[in-house]
Structures are given as structure tokens and as C-alpha cells.
Design a protein around this ligand. Sequence first.
Ligand code: ZN
Length: 259
Amino acid sequence: MKTKLIYIILAFLFFSPGLLSGQVISPSVEKFLDLEKNQYFADRDSAYTDPVYGLKKLIYGNRRFAEDKSINPRQTDQDLQNTEAGQAPFAIIIGCADSRVPNEIIFDQGVGDLFITRTAGQVMAEASFGTIEYAVEVLKTRLIVVLGHQSCGAVDAAMKLPANPPGHVVTLINSIKPASLRAKAQNLPDKEALDFAIKENVIEQVKMLRGLEPVLSRKFDREDVLIVGAVYDLHTGYVNFIEETITSLPGYSEKLASN
Ligand SMILES: [Zn+2]
């Protein structure tokens, strides 16, 4: 009986990397990003010029937040003055409007660091595309992160498909519907089905941006911009980047081999 219990505990720990390390990152992605254990800081200028390094900076910043080590960088009066003349954000975040996902706080970044568009379910339309293209073309930002989150109300609504959604909410639901239908086809319990749909929705949005003409598709293929997806865990405070949105990056294998 005791042995059986030990096996159950071991299996539980083994199959729940999130419970052991908090941040869920596979060894190959860790190698690709050149992530170091117990490292919390990355350089601001390098993050702006190199999007892979920028991703590392976001991961380290989020690690500070989730582990109660936030430093609230670049938020002093002096920082405001320094950015008055212009901005050079190192990442574009396309996130959900949910009040529990404040981007600068969860990534522990400051003024001038993140260029953000937020709508429920991070659903995008022409205005968001123009916003992202502006940051890429004019501000020369090279890292784009689509950020979904656990318990997303918009995705939940798309799963439940209410009969008469109010006003323009139907637009949001229709946009998330393909992901919710794929989640339903899995025949999972409600909570798992919602988690599946949340992840699928992000993957779908990443694919859409990677193929978006005329600016992003070309920049992505040329590796001028990096477009990845992540899901924020409301419980642990960690942002978990979706592995397949990283392993599918052009140049992934080459960079992995050289690291
Ligand atoms: Zn949401």
C-alpha cells in the first residue's frame, strides 16, 4: 500500500512539471532560448535588437513576478523623462482585456518596454493589425507575443455559445469559434476543454499573424520578427509559452544546434 502511494506521488510530480519548477518550459526550448536556471535579469538594449533575447527577457521578468521578486523597473520620474522624446518597446503583446492580466506587472517591465493591444479573447481585427504593423515598421519592434490566459471569459462564452449574446459580443464569439469547436471535439471535461480552447485560440491567432499580408508574413519568413504564443496561469502567476509556437519558428533547429 505504501509503495503504491509513493508511486502515485512520484507519477504526480513527474507528470506535473509546473508544480515542481513553476514555469513550464521544455529542455529543448530552454536550450533554444539559452535560459539559465535561477537567472532573473536580461539586458534591455539586447532585447530590443534580438527578439529571441527579448523573449528571454520576458521570461525572466515573469519569473521575478511569479516568485515575488518584482523590481518594477523603469518607472521613476527620470524614466518618464528619458522616454519623453520617443519609444523603443522591445515586445508587442496582443493580450486579453481581462483585468487580472496586467501585462507590465506580470512581465515586471516598465515605461516604454511593451507595446500592447488588448481585446477580450485577444481577438484581432483591422485596427489591431494596423497597431501591430505600426510597431513593427515604425518602432522596429521585433518580438510579437499573443498572450491568452487561463479562465478566459471570452473563450468560455465561445464554448457555451449563448443564444443571444449582447451587441458586438457575437463578433468575439465568432472569432474564437474555430478553437472552441476543436476543443469540443476532444470530449474533455469542462475545465480541460476550456484550457484546450484557450491554447488552440492562441495557436490560431499566432498562425494568422504569421500569414498576415503584406507586412507581418514577409517579416516573419525573413526572421525579422518573431511571433509566438503563451498562456498566463492565473494561479501560479507564470506565463507559459506554447512549445509548438516556438519549435515552429524558422531557424529553430539551426539555432538549437548552435546553442
Ligand atoms: Zn480573457
